[in-house]
Design a protein around this ligand. Sequence first.
Ligand SMILES: [Fe+2]
Length: 279
Amino acid sequence: MSRPATNQSRDREQLHKKFAAMGLRGYWQLERDDHRMEPKIWRWKELYPVLMETTEVIRPMYMQPGDLLIQPNFAWHDHANNSKEPIIWIDALDSSLVNYLTASFRDEWDEGTQQPLTKSDGTSRRLYGSIRQPNIELGSGVPYHYKWAETLEALQTAAREGTHDPYDGVLLEYKNPINGGSTFRTMTCYIQMLTPGQTTKFHRHTGITHYHVIKGNGTFVVDQKDTKEIHWTEHDSFTLPPWRWHAHGNNSQTEPAILFSVTDRPLLKMTGLDREENG
Ligand SMILES: [Fe+2]
């Protein structure tokens, strides 16, 4: 249901106030904030109604639950929702860095509202997945679709094989389809499983990590002195500030928990600023 255009600016202002109260901001709100970061959780039950309101106030938006799609630099893209239900996804952007480096620009597609489809669904997966041409140039990357069913199968296989990290449980990285490295040059994405009742050891590292709960419920512990505990459940999102001791816990004794995360650590590795200390 859309609202009359005359109310749009007041609605937008009110929406921005709600965002600010929740420590959020829309991608269209481009101001930078420089306050010291603290660990924070965005609870799905509080976030969902605001997101629904956003779909009425902000007009921007194909994928299935759990899928990861990557968008290379300098590529035309648009969003379309072909269903009657709203679609919600997490957008992980390095736009603050790009803006800081004054390397951003915007071009509008001026031949209709949607660009024509020139390739069939799955083209990148067929060309760059398990088999690919030799000596491919990385360039600005390729759009790529990591399917949830395959991700889950890999995670369950790793868990069965006993591939457990003491600080993160079963941890898998979404590798770049061209060079096998981090998902992007500046950011990388992980999927991790905490087995029933698992608690991990403490460690700390530079870089910011943003988590999203795919399944389960648990506790994220930050700092070893004046400890902060973030209790999370399905669809919640929470953030880890740089260089803070932290450990994960799955609160269920019977079900595994699954977390998706994205971090800027590849950028720090590139610049020699990546550092990790184990507890
Ligand atoms: Fe960590």
